[in-house]
Ligand binder design. Structure first.
Ligand code: PGA
Length: 259
């Protein structure tokens, strides 16, 4: 696992955009897993800025899989994650809607297994962008989620519903359930890129990166992944005990070794 502490959320966005672009340049048909929430916003805006100024790669042949989706919102609901990712990124990158995939919510009972089959059917996810919850959740895998779990229904914790209330008119509107890629699903992606910014994430980042591997901090599962990178701003990095070492690793990295 590589941990990179950067000075600001914009620097996190620049490096995250570099990583995603380099994969798409190498594999124009890359399968990219994307997260929703506030944290990826600057990264998405940076990808769009570069694409629209002809500095970015072509995304026509890329396929996107979102991490999770709320249960109970109509497919065209503006707060559904499928709509959110289209609005915040994929429309502006020129991706056709049929290349942007989310769980099929027409049958919630089958949605998990169908989504797993869809991901497997395209050959798996090349890079998965991840945020982290203040409670250490990854996608909607709340504390206690099996480290081997696959895409399925999860019940959101009160903390997550409180955190996400800002996206809705009132906290009661936040759905209680979601279909989420499991921790086992996320582990199958060939590369993980976890981004976190702000002091509110410092405890969760410290637990995920330096705490024990435990379902009590679902994001700690990234410790098992052979190619996981954590990009944090200084605030989110502030709880890390080995911060000086991570800085040293990044500063002395050989030129040929990319993220
Ligand atoms: P945020 O959410 O980016 O809006 O903080 C992250 C998460 O809950 O996984």
């Amino acid at each position: 696992m590589e941990v990179v502490a950067l000075s600001s959320d914009l620097e996190v966005a620049t490096v995250a955009a570099d990583v995603i672009e380099s994969i798409v340049r190498r594999h124009p048909e890359a399968v990219v897993g994307l997260a929703t929430g506030s944290t990826p916003g600057p990264t998405y805006r940076e990808l769009i800025r570069r694409h629209q100024s002809d500095q970015g790669p072509d995304y026509d042949r890329v396929q996107v899989f979102i991490l999770d989706e709320y249960v109970g919102l109509a497919p065209n609901h503006p707060k559904s994650y499928r709509q959110t990712i289209a609005r915040e990124l994929t429309d502006d990158l020129g991706l056709a809607p049929d290349r942007v995939h989310g769980p099929d919510m027409s049958d919630v009972r089958e949605a998990g297994s169908r989504y797993e089959s869809k991901i497997t059917g395209v050959g798996g996810i090349d890079i998965q962008l991840l945020g982290i919850g203040t409670d250490g959740h990854l996608a909607f895998n709340e504390p206690g989620s099996s480290l081997a779990s696959l895409t399925r229904l999860k019940t959101l914790t009160p903390e997550t519903r409180r955190d996400n209330a800002r996206f809705f008119a009132c906290s009661e509107d936040v759905p209680r359930h979601a279909i989420t890629q499991g921790l086992g699903t996320i582990q199958r992606a060939r590369q993980l890129l976890l981004i976190a910014t702000g002091a509110a994430k410092a405890g969760a980042i410290a637990a995920a990166v330096e705490g024990p591997l435990t379902s009590s901090c679902p994001a700690s599962v990234i410790q098992l992944h052979p190619h996981a990178t954590v990009l944090v701003d200084f605030d989110a990095a502030s709880g890390l005990r080995r911060l000086e070492y991570y800085r040293h690793v990044y500063e002395t990295k050989p030129d040929w070794k990319s993220i």
